[in-house]
Design a protein around this ligand. Structure first.
Ligand code: GLN
Length: 232
């Protein structure tokens, strides 16, 4: 189904570094599953995009303040977020997981985090999970604005563990980062394209319709497999 765009150009906010969903490649271009899905959706539905890769919590703020019309950033659809955002049909099944340095031998369960420092990105599901369990397990939380800072902090040992979406950790491991995941991942939610609640309904619908079409034609699988492979 084809939906009529209501704006000449839609400003879409995204994360700054969330490979393989969005990341700046060595050629300086932003690439990833979110980028490809959204670009193809714009082609299929006939709307124009202006993408801004500003970081996860900044993207949510841009949506709330009306500086962005939509957001795609590996954003998990949650009941809490549904109070402020309207989501497309889900496009990816995810979940969060704890990661430690590859040579760490201390942390094998959440209870081993007692007295340790655990990092996460501001405003994420991982940050919420850590906040909800910090008294139970007795760790301290350190917040980061962007993934490169978070992953670097673990690398240099200024945090003992970190939490992030498992496909993003998995991608980092595949890229050769010295990480491992000693604890089974948390059953997670699904990613959705978001607009501010009540705003730009046609944009959300255009994404959902294009997603259905990409799933029907196999293009969806092609895009995902290009970045993560079918074993995901
Ligand atoms: N999926 C997670 C969330 O929605 C993390 C998203 C991200 O860091 N870009 O909170």
């Amino acid at each position: 189904k084809k939906i009529e765009p209501k704006k000449d150009v839609y400003v879409i906010a995204s994360d700054s570094a969330f490979a393989p969903f969005e990341y700046k490649d060595s050629d300086g271009e932003y690439k990833g599953i979110d980028v490809d899905l959204l670009k193809r959706a714009a082609d299929l539905q006939g709307f124009k995009l202006d993408m801004k890769f500003i970081g996860f919590s900044s993207a949510m703020q841009a949506l709330e303040s009306g500086q962005a019309d939509g957001m795609i950033a590996g954003m998990t659809i949650t009941d809490e977020r549904k109070a402020n955002y309207d989501f497309s049909d889900p496009y990816f099944q995810s979940g969060i997981q704890l990661a430690v340095a590859k040579d760490d031998n201390d942390i094998k369960a959440y209870k081993d985090l007692k007295g340790k420092t655990v990092g996460a990105k501001v405003g994420t599901e991982s940050a919420d999970f850590l906040e909800a369990h910090k008294d139970e397990y007795g760790y301290t939380i350190k917040s980061f604005d962007a993934a490169d800072q978070l992953y670097d902090a673990l690398k240099v040992g200024s945090i003992d563990a970190m939490m992030d979406d498992y496909p993003v950790i998995g991608y980092a491991v595949k890229q050769g980062q010295a990480l491992k995941t000693p604890i089974k991942r948390e059953v997670g939610g699904e990613y959705g394209f978001a607009v501010k609640k009540g705003e730009n309904p046609e944009l959300r619908e255009m994404f959902t319709e294009a997603l259905k079409e990409m799933k029907r034609t196999g293009e969806y699988d092609e895009i995902v497999n290009k970045y993560i492979g079918s074993g995901q």
